[in-house]
Design a protein. Sequence first.
Length: 207
Amino acid sequence: MHFNLIELIKTVGLFGVWGIVFAESGLFFGFFLPGDSLLFTAGFLASQGYLNFVGLLIGSFIAAVLGDNVGYTFGNKVGPKIFSRPDSKFFKKDHLDKAQAFYQKHGPQTIILARFMPFIRTFAPIVAGAANMDYKTFVTYNLVGGALWSLGIPTLGYLLGSLIPDVDKYLLPITIVIILASVAPGIYHYLKEKAYIKDQSILQKGL
């Protein structure tokens, strides 16, 4: 898979990377895009001279922030009725519901935390907009989260590519670890919520 991703990035270049980051950050159909592994691999390729590293960082940050703003604006315009939208090829209500539950629990911090959680990352700004989060608050958290994600992950890829000899041999396992680390918080949250619901069900039966 990492070889395909490498070839994809080499083919689409910086503009392609920025476009994918933008789409995954706030467009419905972007939830299936490989944001974390894409940025890490792009950082690695920048260390090998295939991409301009500074351009990668600046463009990815702008794309991430703009993408979230588009998602927020869409959610704000559509409002609560978005939660009754039926599933389609490019929209999964389940992902939106999970993002809503996460937002209700963590509040504005969701915009930062969700950056590192696939699926929730795409729908979090939409939920924030639908919930009428104060825009200045949203922008503040969006800038912080966007910077941590879009600058941190490519930098990690760049540093590993620069410091470790023949790091490309280990790119697949490293990418897998990054993907698992990104998915882990979502899995933990899901299992925790499931356990809570189960406990509540047992308590209700006991009453």
